[in-house]
Write a protein that binds this ligand. Structure first.
Ligand code: AMP
Ligand code: GLY
Length: 415
Protein backbone atom coordinates (compact mmCIF):
# COMPACT_ATOMS: atom_id res chain seq x y z
CA UNK A 1 0.00 0.00 0.00
CA UNK A 2 1.33 3.37 -1.05
CA UNK A 3 0.25 6.47 0.87
CA UNK A 4 -0.16 9.71 -1.09
CA UNK A 5 -1.77 11.16 -4.18
CA UNK A 6 0.87 12.71 -6.45
CA UNK A 7 3.01 11.85 -9.44
CA UNK A 8 5.66 10.42 -7.15
CA UNK A 9 3.14 7.95 -5.72
CA UNK A 10 1.96 7.07 -9.23
CA UNK A 11 5.55 6.20 -10.15
CA UNK A 12 6.03 4.19 -6.95
CA UNK A 13 2.80 2.24 -7.59
CA UNK A 14 3.86 1.50 -11.16
CA UNK A 15 7.25 0.23 -10.06
CA UNK A 16 5.89 -1.81 -7.16
CA UNK A 17 3.27 -3.40 -9.39
CA UNK A 18 6.01 -4.88 -11.61
CA UNK A 19 7.38 -6.92 -8.73
CA UNK A 20 6.69 -10.65 -8.97
CA UNK A 21 6.35 -10.59 -5.18
CA UNK A 22 3.31 -8.32 -5.38
CA UNK A 23 -0.23 -9.52 -6.01
CA UNK A 24 -2.11 -6.32 -5.26
CA UNK A 25 -1.21 -2.65 -4.92
CA UNK A 26 -3.39 -0.18 -3.02
CA UNK A 27 -2.95 3.56 -2.97
CA UNK A 28 -4.57 5.83 -0.37
CA UNK A 29 -6.04 8.09 -1.51
CA UNK A 30 -4.30 8.25 -4.92
CA UNK A 31 -5.90 10.14 -7.78
CA UNK A 32 -8.11 9.27 -10.75
CA UNK A 33 -5.11 9.07 -13.07
CA UNK A 34 -3.34 6.27 -11.21
CA UNK A 35 -6.11 3.70 -11.33
CA UNK A 36 -4.01 1.87 -13.96
CA UNK A 37 -1.35 1.14 -11.37
CA UNK A 38 -3.19 0.57 -8.10
CA UNK A 39 -6.60 0.16 -6.49
CA UNK A 40 -7.68 3.52 -5.10
CA UNK A 41 -8.58 3.53 -1.41
CA UNK A 42 -10.56 6.63 -0.43
CA UNK A 43 -8.80 7.31 2.86
CA UNK A 44 -6.91 10.55 3.50
CA UNK A 45 -3.22 10.47 4.37
CA UNK A 46 -4.03 12.04 7.74
CA UNK A 47 -6.65 9.47 8.79
CA UNK A 48 -4.31 7.19 10.70
CA UNK A 49 -7.01 5.06 12.32
CA UNK A 50 -8.72 4.26 9.02
CA UNK A 51 -5.40 3.54 7.28
CA UNK A 52 -4.37 1.10 10.00
CA UNK A 53 -7.76 -0.58 9.91
CA UNK A 54 -7.60 -0.94 6.13
CA UNK A 55 -4.04 -2.29 6.15
CA UNK A 56 -4.88 -4.82 8.86
CA UNK A 57 -8.11 -6.05 7.29
CA UNK A 58 -6.52 -6.34 3.82
CA UNK A 59 -3.36 -8.10 5.02
CA UNK A 60 -1.10 -5.43 3.60
CA UNK A 61 2.50 -6.69 3.73
CA UNK A 62 4.35 -3.48 3.03
CA UNK A 63 3.45 0.19 3.28
CA UNK A 64 5.40 2.94 1.52
CA UNK A 65 4.65 6.48 2.67
CA UNK A 66 5.13 9.05 -0.11
CA UNK A 67 4.69 12.59 1.24
CA UNK A 68 6.35 14.37 4.14
CA UNK A 69 3.24 15.58 5.96
CA UNK A 70 1.97 12.17 7.16
CA UNK A 71 5.53 11.20 8.13
CA UNK A 72 5.76 14.28 10.30
CA UNK A 73 2.36 13.44 11.78
CA UNK A 74 3.85 10.14 12.95
CA UNK A 75 2.09 7.80 10.51
CA UNK A 76 5.19 5.59 10.25
CA UNK A 77 5.26 5.23 14.04
CA UNK A 78 1.55 4.35 14.20
CA UNK A 79 1.95 1.59 11.61
CA UNK A 80 5.00 0.17 13.38
CA UNK A 81 3.21 0.19 16.73
CA UNK A 82 0.68 -2.30 15.35
CA UNK A 83 3.37 -4.41 13.64
CA UNK A 84 2.68 -3.32 10.10
CA UNK A 85 5.77 -3.31 7.89
CA UNK A 86 6.43 0.21 6.71
CA UNK A 87 9.08 1.94 4.64
CA UNK A 88 9.13 5.52 5.86
CA UNK A 89 10.85 7.19 8.81
CA UNK A 90 9.54 7.85 12.29
CA UNK A 91 8.41 11.34 13.12
CA UNK A 92 11.62 11.84 15.11
CA UNK A 93 13.74 11.02 12.06
CA UNK A 94 11.54 12.86 9.53
CA UNK A 95 12.28 16.07 11.42
CA UNK A 96 15.39 16.22 9.25
CA UNK A 97 12.97 17.51 6.61
CA UNK A 98 10.37 19.09 8.90
CA UNK A 99 12.77 21.52 10.52
CA UNK A 100 15.54 23.14 8.53
CA UNK A 101 17.16 24.39 11.72
CA UNK A 102 17.23 20.83 13.12
CA UNK A 103 18.88 19.63 9.91
CA UNK A 104 21.46 22.43 9.99
CA UNK A 105 22.33 21.87 13.65
CA UNK A 106 22.71 18.14 13.03
CA UNK A 107 25.04 18.77 10.10
CA UNK A 108 27.23 21.11 12.08
CA UNK A 109 27.38 18.72 15.05
CA UNK A 110 28.51 15.83 12.83
CA UNK A 111 30.70 17.72 10.37
CA UNK A 112 28.45 17.19 7.36
CA UNK A 113 29.24 19.82 4.71
CA UNK A 114 26.66 22.60 4.39
CA UNK A 115 26.55 26.39 4.08
CA UNK A 116 26.98 28.85 6.96
CA UNK A 117 23.71 29.90 8.56
CA UNK A 118 21.80 31.55 11.34
CA UNK A 119 18.37 30.70 12.80
CA UNK A 120 15.99 33.47 13.88
CA UNK A 121 12.53 33.99 15.25
CA UNK A 122 13.12 37.65 15.96
CA UNK A 123 12.90 40.05 13.03
CA UNK A 124 15.48 42.56 14.29
CA UNK A 125 18.03 39.82 15.00
CA UNK A 126 17.52 38.36 11.53
CA UNK A 127 17.96 41.80 10.01
CA UNK A 128 21.13 42.41 11.95
CA UNK A 129 22.58 39.09 10.67
CA UNK A 130 21.46 39.93 7.14
CA UNK A 131 23.21 43.30 7.14
CA UNK A 132 26.33 41.71 8.59
CA UNK A 133 26.45 38.94 5.95
CA UNK A 134 25.14 40.85 2.94
CA UNK A 135 23.65 39.46 -0.27
CA UNK A 136 23.25 37.16 -2.09
CA UNK A 137 21.74 35.16 0.76
CA UNK A 138 19.06 32.51 1.05
CA UNK A 139 16.00 32.94 3.28
CA UNK A 140 14.18 29.76 4.31
CA UNK A 141 11.07 29.09 6.34
CA UNK A 142 12.06 26.60 9.04
CA UNK A 143 9.08 24.27 8.55
CA UNK A 144 7.24 22.64 5.67
CA UNK A 145 6.13 24.91 2.83
CA UNK A 146 5.74 22.51 -0.13
CA UNK A 147 9.04 23.59 -1.65
CA UNK A 148 7.90 27.21 -1.73
CA UNK A 149 9.43 28.48 1.49
CA UNK A 150 12.81 29.39 0.04
CA UNK A 151 13.84 32.77 -1.35
CA UNK A 152 17.22 33.13 -3.02
CA UNK A 153 17.74 36.85 -2.49
CA UNK A 154 20.13 38.71 -4.80
CA UNK A 155 19.89 41.91 -2.79
CA UNK A 156 19.61 42.84 0.87
CA UNK A 157 16.25 44.48 0.20
CA UNK A 158 14.86 41.33 -1.35
CA UNK A 159 16.04 39.31 1.62
CA UNK A 160 14.60 41.81 4.08
CA UNK A 161 11.24 41.61 2.34
CA UNK A 162 11.28 37.80 2.51
CA UNK A 163 12.19 37.84 6.20
CA UNK A 164 9.42 40.34 6.89
CA UNK A 165 6.84 38.21 5.04
CA UNK A 166 7.87 35.08 6.87
CA UNK A 167 8.45 36.32 10.42
CA UNK A 168 6.08 39.26 10.69
CA UNK A 169 3.33 38.42 8.22
CA UNK A 170 3.55 34.66 8.94
CA UNK A 171 3.35 33.88 5.23
CA UNK A 172 3.67 30.15 5.94
CA UNK A 173 1.97 30.21 9.35
CA UNK A 174 3.82 28.27 12.05
CA UNK A 175 6.26 26.98 9.41
CA UNK A 176 7.73 30.45 9.13
CA UNK A 177 7.73 31.35 12.82
CA UNK A 178 11.46 30.68 12.51
CA UNK A 179 13.68 31.41 9.51
CA UNK A 180 17.06 30.11 8.48
CA UNK A 181 19.37 32.58 6.75
CA UNK A 182 21.86 30.61 4.74
CA UNK A 183 25.00 31.28 2.77
CA UNK A 184 24.36 31.35 -0.98
CA UNK A 185 26.17 28.37 -2.48
CA UNK A 186 27.29 28.36 -6.07
CA UNK A 187 27.48 25.30 -8.21
CA UNK A 188 25.52 22.62 -9.98
CA UNK A 189 22.56 21.21 -8.04
CA UNK A 190 21.74 17.51 -7.78
CA UNK A 191 19.23 15.37 -5.97
CA UNK A 192 20.77 12.30 -4.42
CA UNK A 193 18.38 9.84 -2.83
CA UNK A 194 19.18 6.68 -0.91
CA UNK A 195 17.23 3.84 0.60
CA UNK A 196 18.26 3.91 4.24
CA UNK A 197 17.69 1.62 7.18
CA UNK A 198 19.65 2.53 10.28
CA UNK A 199 23.26 2.84 9.14
CA UNK A 200 22.70 0.99 5.87
CA UNK A 201 22.64 3.34 2.88
CA UNK A 202 21.81 2.20 -0.66
CA UNK A 203 22.15 5.16 -3.01
CA UNK A 204 19.90 5.61 -6.02
CA UNK A 205 21.01 7.16 -9.31
CA UNK A 206 21.27 10.95 -9.38
CA UNK A 207 18.66 13.28 -10.80
CA UNK A 208 18.42 16.98 -11.40
CA UNK A 209 15.22 18.86 -10.69
CA UNK A 210 14.23 22.26 -12.09
CA UNK A 211 12.81 24.14 -9.13
CA UNK A 212 12.03 27.49 -10.71
CA UNK A 213 8.68 28.04 -12.37
CA UNK A 214 9.89 29.62 -15.61
CA UNK A 215 12.38 29.00 -18.38
CA UNK A 216 16.02 29.86 -17.84
CA UNK A 217 15.58 28.91 -14.14
CA UNK A 218 13.73 32.13 -13.41
CA UNK A 219 10.69 32.90 -11.32
CA UNK A 220 9.52 31.56 -7.99
CA UNK A 221 10.60 28.24 -6.50
CA UNK A 222 8.13 25.39 -6.98
CA UNK A 223 7.90 21.76 -5.94
CA UNK A 224 9.74 20.98 -9.21
CA UNK A 225 8.94 21.60 -12.89
CA UNK A 226 10.81 18.71 -14.47
CA UNK A 227 13.75 16.41 -13.93
CA UNK A 228 16.11 14.02 -15.60
CA UNK A 229 18.40 11.17 -14.68
CA UNK A 230 21.29 10.55 -14.69
CA UNK A 231 23.06 13.92 -14.40
CA UNK A 232 25.79 13.42 -17.00
CA UNK A 233 27.85 16.47 -16.09
CA UNK A 234 28.38 15.34 -12.48
CA UNK A 235 31.00 12.62 -12.45
CA UNK A 236 30.83 9.47 -10.40
CA UNK A 237 33.74 10.52 -8.16
CA UNK A 238 31.72 13.46 -6.90
CA UNK A 239 28.67 11.31 -6.36
CA UNK A 240 30.77 8.88 -4.38
CA UNK A 241 32.17 11.75 -2.33
CA UNK A 242 28.63 12.91 -1.59
CA UNK A 243 27.59 9.43 -0.48
CA UNK A 244 30.62 9.12 1.79
CA UNK A 245 30.68 12.64 3.20
CA UNK A 246 26.94 13.29 3.39
CA UNK A 247 24.49 10.40 3.15
CA UNK A 248 26.36 7.79 5.17
CA UNK A 249 27.39 10.13 8.00
CA UNK A 250 23.86 11.52 8.16
CA UNK A 251 22.35 8.06 8.55
CA UNK A 252 24.92 7.34 11.26
CA UNK A 253 24.26 10.66 12.98
CA UNK A 254 20.54 9.96 13.14
CA UNK A 255 21.22 6.57 14.74
CA UNK A 256 23.49 8.25 17.28
CA UNK A 257 20.84 10.82 18.05
CA UNK A 258 18.35 8.05 18.82
CA UNK A 259 16.38 8.81 15.68
CA UNK A 260 17.29 5.91 13.36
CA UNK A 261 16.05 6.54 9.85
CA UNK A 262 14.17 3.98 7.77
CA UNK A 263 12.99 5.14 4.38
CA UNK A 264 14.26 7.38 1.61
CA UNK A 265 16.80 9.99 2.63
CA UNK A 266 17.01 12.69 -0.02
CA UNK A 267 19.95 15.07 -0.13
CA UNK A 268 19.49 18.27 -2.09
CA UNK A 269 23.11 19.12 -2.87
CA UNK A 270 25.12 21.87 -4.47
CA UNK A 271 28.43 20.82 -5.95
CA UNK A 272 30.60 23.73 -4.86
CA UNK A 273 34.26 24.32 -5.69
CA UNK A 274 35.13 22.70 -2.39
CA UNK A 275 32.88 19.69 -2.88
CA UNK A 276 29.23 18.74 -2.42
CA UNK A 277 27.26 20.60 0.27
CA UNK A 278 23.73 20.07 1.55
CA UNK A 279 21.03 22.65 0.94
CA UNK A 280 18.21 20.47 2.21
CA UNK A 281 17.26 17.02 3.35
CA UNK A 282 13.98 15.37 2.60
CA UNK A 283 12.72 12.31 4.41
CA UNK A 284 11.03 10.74 1.38
CA UNK A 285 11.22 10.19 -2.35
CA UNK A 286 11.56 13.45 -4.33
CA UNK A 287 8.83 14.65 -6.62
CA UNK A 288 9.45 14.78 -9.62
CA UNK A 289 12.83 13.02 -9.21
CA UNK A 290 11.18 9.69 -8.41
CA UNK A 291 9.30 9.75 -11.72
CA UNK A 292 12.65 9.77 -13.57
CA UNK A 293 14.68 7.55 -11.24
CA UNK A 294 12.42 4.56 -10.62
CA UNK A 295 11.79 3.81 -14.32
CA UNK A 296 15.57 3.35 -14.70
CA UNK A 297 15.77 0.79 -11.91
CA UNK A 298 16.08 -2.73 -13.24
CA UNK A 299 15.98 -4.33 -9.80
CA UNK A 300 12.78 -5.22 -8.02
CA UNK A 301 12.12 -2.31 -5.66
CA UNK A 302 9.95 -4.38 -3.35
CA UNK A 303 12.56 -7.09 -2.98
CA UNK A 304 15.23 -4.47 -2.33
CA UNK A 305 13.14 -2.77 0.37
CA UNK A 306 12.18 -6.04 2.06
CA UNK A 307 15.79 -7.17 2.20
CA UNK A 308 16.96 -3.79 3.44
CA UNK A 309 14.40 -3.87 6.25
CA UNK A 310 15.70 -7.31 7.19
CA UNK A 311 19.25 -6.02 7.58
CA UNK A 312 20.73 -6.89 4.16
CA UNK A 313 22.46 -4.49 1.77
CA UNK A 314 21.07 -5.51 -1.63
CA UNK A 315 22.60 -4.07 -4.80
CA UNK A 316 20.50 -2.13 -7.24
CA UNK A 317 21.00 -2.61 -10.96
CA UNK A 318 20.31 0.35 -13.26
CA UNK A 319 19.53 0.82 -16.93
CA UNK A 320 22.00 2.85 -18.95
CA UNK A 321 19.31 4.76 -20.78
CA UNK A 322 18.62 8.34 -19.76
CA UNK A 323 15.17 9.64 -18.92
CA UNK A 324 13.69 13.12 -18.83
CA UNK A 325 10.34 14.26 -17.48
CA UNK A 326 8.46 17.53 -17.86
CA UNK A 327 5.83 18.70 -15.38
CA UNK A 328 2.64 20.21 -16.77
CA UNK A 329 1.26 22.71 -14.27
CA UNK A 330 -1.90 24.77 -13.96
CA UNK A 331 -1.58 28.39 -15.04
CA UNK A 332 -0.62 30.50 -12.05
CA UNK A 333 1.33 27.75 -10.23
CA UNK A 334 3.04 28.01 -7.73
CA UNK A 335 0.68 30.79 -6.69
CA UNK A 336 -3.09 30.72 -6.81
CA UNK A 337 -4.13 28.73 -9.87
CA UNK A 338 -7.30 27.95 -11.72
CA UNK A 339 -8.26 24.31 -12.07
CA UNK A 340 -11.07 22.40 -13.76
CA UNK A 341 -9.81 22.83 -17.35
CA UNK A 342 -10.40 19.83 -19.62
CA UNK A 343 -7.26 18.01 -20.78
CA UNK A 344 -7.43 16.75 -24.36
CA UNK A 345 -5.03 14.39 -26.05
CA UNK A 346 -3.79 12.30 -23.14
CA UNK A 347 -5.17 9.18 -24.82
CA UNK A 348 -3.12 9.90 -27.96
CA UNK A 349 0.25 9.78 -26.21
CA UNK A 350 2.68 7.11 -27.34
CA UNK A 351 2.59 3.99 -25.15
CA UNK A 352 6.37 4.39 -24.84
CA UNK A 353 6.15 7.51 -22.70
CA UNK A 354 5.44 7.53 -18.98
CA UNK A 355 2.52 9.62 -17.77
CA UNK A 356 2.42 10.19 -14.03
CA UNK A 357 -0.62 12.01 -12.72
CA UNK A 358 -0.37 14.41 -9.81
CA UNK A 359 -3.28 16.83 -10.00
CA UNK A 360 -5.89 15.42 -12.33
CA UNK A 361 -9.50 14.41 -11.72
CA UNK A 362 -12.30 13.22 -13.96
CA UNK A 363 -15.41 15.30 -14.69
CA UNK A 364 -18.94 13.92 -15.06
CA UNK A 365 -18.27 13.07 -18.71
CA UNK A 366 -15.23 11.01 -17.72
CA UNK A 367 -12.75 13.52 -19.19
CA UNK A 368 -9.54 14.35 -17.36
CA UNK A 369 -9.48 17.84 -15.90
CA UNK A 370 -6.80 19.84 -14.10
CA UNK A 371 -7.14 19.48 -10.35
CA UNK A 372 -4.02 20.87 -8.73
CA UNK A 373 -0.92 23.03 -9.15
CA UNK A 374 1.19 20.36 -10.75
CA UNK A 375 -1.09 18.34 -13.03
CA UNK A 376 0.97 15.53 -14.55
CA UNK A 377 4.43 14.68 -15.82
CA UNK A 378 5.41 13.09 -19.10
CA UNK A 379 8.72 11.26 -19.20
CA UNK A 380 10.55 9.45 -21.96
CA UNK A 381 13.71 7.40 -22.19
CA UNK A 382 16.45 7.87 -24.74
CA UNK A 383 20.08 7.03 -25.42
CA UNK A 384 20.87 10.57 -24.36
CA UNK A 385 19.13 13.29 -22.39
CA UNK A 386 18.70 15.17 -25.66
CA UNK A 387 16.93 12.29 -27.32
CA UNK A 388 14.62 11.82 -24.32
CA UNK A 389 13.91 15.54 -24.29
CA UNK A 390 12.96 15.53 -27.97
CA UNK A 391 10.47 12.73 -27.43
CA UNK A 392 8.81 14.37 -24.43
CA UNK A 393 8.34 17.73 -26.13
CA UNK A 394 6.95 16.26 -29.32
CA UNK A 395 4.51 14.14 -27.30
CA UNK A 396 3.48 17.19 -25.26
CA UNK A 397 2.28 18.86 -28.45
CA UNK A 398 -0.57 16.35 -28.49
CA UNK A 399 -1.91 17.70 -25.20
CA UNK A 400 -4.44 20.49 -25.60
CA UNK A 401 -5.71 22.48 -22.66
CA UNK A 402 -6.12 26.19 -22.03
CA UNK A 403 -5.37 26.02 -18.31
CA UNK A 404 -1.80 24.68 -18.34
CA UNK A 405 1.82 25.63 -18.91
CA UNK A 406 5.14 23.86 -18.85
CA UNK A 407 8.79 24.76 -19.18
CA UNK A 408 10.26 24.23 -22.63
CA UNK A 409 13.85 23.90 -21.43
CA UNK A 410 13.90 20.96 -19.04
CA UNK A 411 17.32 19.34 -19.26
CA UNK A 412 19.10 22.45 -20.51
CA UNK A 413 21.92 22.23 -17.98
CA UNK A 414 22.87 18.77 -19.22
CA UNK A 415 22.83 19.90 -22.83
P1 AMP B 1 15.20 23.97 -0.99
O1 AMP B 1 13.71 23.93 -0.86
O2 AMP B 1 15.93 24.13 0.29
O3 AMP B 1 15.72 22.86 -1.86
O4 AMP B 1 15.52 25.26 -1.85
C1 AMP B 1 14.91 25.52 -3.08
C2 AMP B 1 15.93 25.97 -4.08
O5 AMP B 1 16.57 27.16 -3.66
C3 AMP B 1 17.04 24.97 -4.28
O6 AMP B 1 16.69 24.00 -5.18
C4 AMP B 1 18.17 25.85 -4.77
O7 AMP B 1 18.07 26.09 -6.15
C5 AMP B 1 17.93 27.12 -4.03
N1 AMP B 1 18.76 27.15 -2.83
C6 AMP B 1 18.43 26.71 -1.60
N2 AMP B 1 19.44 26.90 -0.72
C7 AMP B 1 20.44 27.47 -1.40
C8 AMP B 1 21.75 27.92 -1.06
N3 AMP B 1 22.22 27.84 0.19
N4 AMP B 1 22.49 28.47 -2.02
C9 AMP B 1 22.03 28.58 -3.28
N5 AMP B 1 20.81 28.19 -3.67
C10 AMP B 1 20.01 27.63 -2.76
N1 GLY C 1 11.71 17.95 -6.04
C1 GLY C 1 12.04 18.38 -4.75
C2 GLY C 1 11.37 17.68 -3.67
O1 GLY C 1 10.82 16.61 -3.83
O2 GLY C 1 11.37 18.19 -2.55
Amino acid sequence: MVIGRGGREHAICQKVKESPLVSQVFVAPGNAGMADAAALVPIQESDQTALIHFAKTHNVDLIIIGPEAPLLEGLGDRFREVDLRVFGPSKAAAVIEGSKSFAKDLMVKYGIPTGEYGVFSNYEDAKEYLYRKGAPIVVKADGLAAGKGVVVAKTILEAEEAIREMLLEKKFGEASAKVVLEEFLEGEEISLMALVHGETVIPLETAQDHKRAYEGDRGPNTGGMGAYSPVPHINSEIVKEAIDSILKPTAKALVKEGRPFSGVLYGGLIITETGPKVIEFNARFGDPETQVVLPRMKSDLVEVILRLLEGDTPEIVWENEAILGVVVASKGYPNQCETGAVLHGLADLSPDVFVFHSGTAKNDEGQYITHGGRVFLIAAKGNTIKEAQGTVYSELEKVQCDGIFYRKDIGHRAL
